[in-house]
Write a protein that binds this ligand. Structure first.
Ligand code: EPZ
Length: 432
């Protein structure tokens, strides 16, 4: 098992590059099942989740070839012969549930394991199932699997309202609707950049869509779709994470350059809050220059669906607030109890208290390095951020969570001046 050892105090200097989006790459890969012939995706990050989903897709007889150096993946569903996504793979990554829509569209049937919960609680899929039923699918639960079938072998266009708006359900239903007979409409559809970028790939494959990026998405089912070459967008959450890293560990006299990100994908709420901390953002060719202020100002935030403050940046923002002299609060409205990182941060001396669905932070105290445990992807990166500015050494354990969603994180940070190394350890032998 691996951990990251960080010796805090070094300034973040130089440049960081944003990799391709994890949460967009996954639906792009699922869409390859909807057609025969090679689908070539570029700017695909070398992440554990990409490897896991590649294995899920290969179960169907689809070939998947990933070039981690070139960040290119080629999928070809010509050999498709099995409409199934097994538990042992789906349990590792809940986005494997996208197979439900893709398999129903491709084969008119699907047997997909229900995804489990995750570190911060239940992650229901009721809206996904409601959407499939709205397209005419018969859906049953059998021994932990969703078993679905389209009468006559093909889904019918239908209409469904998502309450709450759901990224995953929007994507899953769009995958199913792409080959359905007739038009489907998703009301209160998600409009996150991941969803919009995925829809533009479906359009390129031949799906007629209207309302992309709006709350009402119209999808005309096609008789067949064409294989395409398509470029993935950059990871907006990694982008925001690096901006926060620059604000907490950068120095006023040397701006940090972040390349590869698309600012508009972060939404105006995050960008406004970030600049209200006193951090200076300036364009620099195809990159962004982030200048840390002499004194960070506390800015309370409330997470929301796009274009609101991203829930996936909530934990990272808490570290930024811990560095400000003054009080602030972080209100999580998308997921109940997405606060598993707080007890670990409290062990580092961060003054953060959970009150209902809010974290009250009293910033300005020196963060102390110690042994901490990752619990989920975004919580683990917040522990790395804390370690960067802590006194002494921080050991972040169980970083397999981190490897799911951050490509070569320690190399990127070490290349920008941070003292961080990956160490293998036997969890039972590790001195606590
Ligand atoms: C996606 O998860 C992302 N994952 C999450 O990122 C992200 O936090 C989330 O969107 C919100 O932006 C991927 O894209 C793989 P939702 P998803 O369905 O699709 C409720 C990360 O760190 N809901 O938009 O699962 C749900 O409980 C991950 O990269 C239902 O009630 O999120 C939540 O309260 C973590 N029923 C709200 O909707 C359903 O059937 C939004 O969830 C589905 C969702």
């Amino acid at each position: 098992m691996d951990k990251l050892v960080i010796r805090g105090g070094n300034p973040l200097q130089g440049a960081l590059h944003v990799s391709g989006s994890k949460n967009t790459a996954l639906p792009l890969m699922a869409a390859a099942i909807l057609t025969d012939g090679p689908v070539e995706l570029t700017n695909i990050p070398d992440l554990k989740d990409i490897d896991t989903f590649s294995r899920v897709i290969q179960v169907t007889g689809t070939s998947v070839n990933f070039d981690p150096v070139g960040h290119r993946i080629t999928l070809d569903a010509s050999g498709f012969d099995r409409a199934e996504a097994p538990y042992e793979l789906v349990k590792r990554m809940r986005a494997s549930f996208y197979m439900l829509g893709a398999l129903l569209a491709r084969a008119g049937k699907a047997r997909v394991s229900l995804p489990g919960g995750c570190a911060w609680g239940p992650r229901p899929v009721d809206l996904h199932l409601k959407g499939m039923q709205a397209l005419g699918a018969k859906v049953e639960l059998d021994q932990g699997y969703v078993v679905a079938e389209a009468p006559g072998g093909r889904l019918q266009g239908g209409r469904v309202t998502l309450e709450p708006s759901s990224v995953g359900a929007t994507i899953n239903i769009a995958l199913a609707a792409a080959l359905a007979r007739g038009e489907s409409v998703i009301d209160n559809a998600a409009i996150e950049p991941d969803v919009v970028h995925f829809c533009t790939m479906l359009q390129k494959m031949g799906v007629t869509m209207e309302g992309i990026g709006s709350r009402t998405l119209h999808i005309q089912g096609s008789e067949s779709l064409s294989p395409v070459a398509f470029e993935n967008c950059p990871d907006r959450i990694e982008f925001g994470t690096f901006m926060i890293a620059a604000a907490i560990a950068g120095t006023p006299d040397s701006p940090v350059r972040i390349t590869g990100g698309w600012t508009e994908h972060l939404g105006s709420v995050f960008m406004d809050a970030f600049e209200r901390t006193g951090s200076v953002v300036s364009a620099d060719g195809d990159g962004l220059l982030i200048t840390a202020p002499e004194e960070l100002r506390p800015v309370s935030v409330r997470t929301d669906i796009y274009p609101g403050f991203p829930t996936d940046l909530q934990a990272q923002w808490t570290i930024l607030m811990a560095r400000c002299a003054g009080n602030s609060k972080v209100h999580e409205t998308v997921y109940p109890d997405r606060f598993k990182h707080i007890p670990e941060l409290q062990r580092m001396g961060v003054n953060a208290i959970i009150v209902g669905d809010e974290v009250m932070i009293e910033g300005g105290k020196q963060i102390q390095g110690t042994q901490v445990m990752s619990t989920d992807l975004r919580a683990s990166v917040s522990l790395v951020l804390a370690g960067m500015v802590a006194s002494g050494e921080t050991h972040v354990h169980r970083i397999y969570h981190l490897d799911r969603g951050y490509e070569r994180l320690e190399q990127k940070l070490a290349g920008a001046g941070i003292d961080i190394t990956r160490v293998s350890y036997d969890e039972w032998a590790d001195p606590e």
